[in-house]
Design a protein. Structure first.
Length: 683
């Protein structure tokens, strides 16, 4: 077995065996991951002349994904860096006159709100923000910027009678004291006492001014009224709403300061507020909460004078993820997922829908999830992240009529020189009920249909998410190692309508397993897969399904279970979002009906597992806590099943998203495990 050794290894990023990757120099390899770039958060100038965007790249020396701000003309000319250098430069927002761009720079644990003059390129700091900034938004007259920032609280103080600490004494840190279920969160760790608040600051600089006094909760979507008098935002997930993510309301606060008022009060979440150009109609996304495990966002228009609302596109059975008023006021630009692809469309206020492009995506380095964003100018132009099966996102531009034009090529120097996996859509009928299931096959470079190949079934997480025909570093590396890769959207996936996604409501995992295994059968039936060389892996919800599959089916030569839920009782009582999940996924508490929790826990089937199994998890995971993986690994060890536990130090739940080398560690350990247990591998 050869040891893969390239630049990534030289930098200390990876030390696992992946021999098949070295077979051909023109295949994507581990070191290439550090050379990939993507366009994110593109923002078009008010006059539509130029686009500023985040150019995200992976730095091999610091093992970080870094972001610079680049500028490009609408026709693709004058493509140049605007703000680069040390730190991450994010959240670019054009001033209303298009002369300046506000942005956020983070470097060495300091966050600054910055301004850059577009003509000269000169930057100037507006404020240093000790706890960061989000939801940056300009006032209509360009005089003010609004943003959200965390304001620390005092914490829970308990007098336990300790003596005073002598001067110069070094004592242990005091106990962390919590009195709610919201005391930790994945990607953050321990939640500090305090709350997100809305601030404003003059665009000429000066001291920020706090406008709100909100209790701890989720604040998002700052939107100024056209007259600049108020700032609208969504607030929810707070203690008053029992920390329920399915409940939030839109509020407004006077820009000069004053009492916050509640604007909406419907059953369910109301978010992403956007005001019509005349200020009379509020558009927002939300749904009537009926407590199913998945509900798709709908688009609502509310008359601010009467409080009456109506749903736009009530016949579109797809979840809407973004909605922005056109400057004309005659309709909105919207984004939604449809059958694994992300669509940009325009809908008139009368409900007439026109699809503009289905090519949005490419903003994840790791797995092929649906993704993307767009922004709109005052004269009917747009910019969007445009992805492809063979490339990450680039900047695209277009109008309400005509095709999207891609005006950047960020990876031509890398991906243009590599022989990548070809991606092909496949559909089949599930034996569970005859429903059509959609997936994609990634063929290894140099594919020869007369040969027999090993196959990896790669399962997405969520479970209410979706894969699509997008570039995926993980899938491409699996294919470069010589595997046919099948990735799919089984029942429960989004982008096929609420009925399809809720086929697993209060019944997950379930018949989604049948969807996945019948997909493997459909690929095997094509005649180029060796049935003795089948492998399965998935992360998060995909880890749940991988463990469920090998507890019920023995066809796979090896499995890699990544960051799973293994025991639903321990999950809902200890995961960061567990206490908010149980009403939607079970409807009963574990002590009220322990049988349903156990029956749906993959741990209940561990006694039937025969498959050699790798268990992989981030060592700081709070979403599917480390002890979930440890329970499964220890059970396999007790049973004598060949198994291995891999913990990635410092990683939260998003292992592959946090640092480039962690993506490589994840893929490398999975490939090494499969290689060790491949009955057809060459010695």
């Amino acid at each position: 077995m050869n040891v893969f050794a390239r630049a990534a290894l030289a930098a200390g990023a990876l030390a696992v065996c992946a021999p098949a990757l070295a077979q051909a120099q023109d295949r994507l390899d581990f070191a290439d991951i550090f050379s990939l770039e993507m366009a994110a958060d593109p923002r078009i100038a008010p006059d539509g002349s130029r686009v500023v965007y985040q150019r995200r790249s992976n730095d091999i020396m610091t093992d970080q994904t870094v972001s610079a701000l680049w500028l490009v003309d609408y026709d693709g000319s004058d493509h140049r860096p605007l703000v680069a250098g040390e730190g991450n430069h994010t959240s670019p927002r054009w001033s209303p006159d298009g002369a300046s761009i506000a942005f956020v720079t983070s470097h060495e644990n300091k966050t600054r709100l910055m301004m850059v003059d577009v003509a000269s390129g000169r930057t100037a700091p507006l404020a240093t923000l000790p706890t960061g900034a989000g939801n940056l938004s300009w006032s209509p007259d360009g005089a003010w910027l609004a943003y959200t920032a965390f304001v620390p609280g005092q914490g829970t103080q308990v007098d336990i009678g300790l003596p005073a600490k002598p001067p110069g004494a070094e004592w242990a840190e005091p106990a962390l004291v919590d009195e709610t279920v919201m005391y930790e969160f994945d990607g953050v760790g321990e939640i500090r006492d305090g709350a997100q608040q809305v601030f404003v600051i003059s665009s000429q600089g000066g001291a920020p001014r706090q406008l709100t006094e909100l209790e701890p909760g989720n604040v998002s979507g700052l939107e100024w009224s056209p007259d600049g008098a108020e700032i609208f935002f969504s607030f929810g997930g707070n203690q008053a709403l029992n920390f329920d993510f399915g409940q939030s309301n839109i509020h407004a606060v006077p820009a000069r300061g004053g009492e916050t008022r509640q604007v909406t009060d419907f059953n369910g979440p109301e978010g992403a507020p956007d005001l019509s150009p005349d200020g009379e109609t509020l558009a927002y996304l939300g749904y009537e909460n009926v407590r199913t495990s998945n509900q798709d966002n709908r688009l609502f228009l509310m008359d601010l004078d009467t409080g009456e609302r109506r749903q736009l596109l009530s016949d579109l059975d797809r979840g809407i993820d973004q909605a922005v008023w056109d400057a004309s006021g005659d309709g909105l630009w919207i984004r939604y997922d449809d059958r694994g692809e992300t669509v940009l469309a325009f809908v008139t206020t009368g409900g007439r829908l026109t699809e503009l492009t289905d090519r949005l995506g490419g903003t994840t380095f790791g797995r092929p999830y649906t993704s993307g964003s767009f922004s709109v100018s005052d004269n009917g132009r747009y910019t969007a992240t445009i992805g492809a099966p063979a490339d990450l996102s680039n900047v695209g531009v277009g109008r309400r009529r005509g095709d999207v034009e891609v005006i950047t090529d960020l990876n031509g120097d890398v991906l243009g020189q590599r022989d990548l996996a070809r991606i092909e859509e496949i559909t089949w009928e599930s034996p569970a009920d005859g429903r059509e299931i959609q997936g994609w096959i990634a063929y290894p470079p140099g594919f020869d249909e007369t040969r027999d190949y090993p196959l990896i079934l790669e399962i997405h997480g969520g479970p209410h998410t979706a894969y699509g025909p997008q570039f995926s570093g993980e899938v491409q590396l699996f294919a470069a190692a010589g595997y046919v890769v099948l990735y799919t959207n089984p029942r429960g996936s989004t982008s096929y309508g609420e009925e399809f996604s809720n086929l697993i409501d209060k019944a997950y995992p379930g018949q989604d397993v049948d969807d996945l295994l019948s997909g493997v059968d459909a690929v095997v039936a094509r005649g180029f897969v060796d049935e003795d060389r089948l492998f399965v892996t998935g992360g998060s919800g995909g880890g749940v399904l991988t463990a469920e599959i090998i507890g019920n089916d023995h066809r796979f030569a090896a499995a890699a279970v990544a960051k799973p839920v293994i025991n639903w009782t321990s999950f809902v009582l200890a995961a960061d979002i567990g206490p908010m999940i149980w009403p939607y996924w079970f409807g009963e508490l574990p002590w009220e009906n322990p049988e349903i929790y156990w029956e749906r826990s993959p741990l209940s089937h561990v006694g039937d597992v025969e498959t050699p199994t790798l268990v992989l998890v981030g060592a700081e995971d709070r979403r599917t806590p480390v002890f979930e993986s440890e329970q499964y690994y220890n059970a396999l060890q007790i049973r004598g099943i060949e198994s291995r536990l891999v913990r990635i130090p410092g990683a939260f739940h998003g292992i592959a998203d946090s640092r480039p080398s962690r993506l490589l560690q994840k893929v490398g350990h999975i490939l090494a495990w499969f290689e060790e247990h491949d009955p057809g591998a060459e010695e």
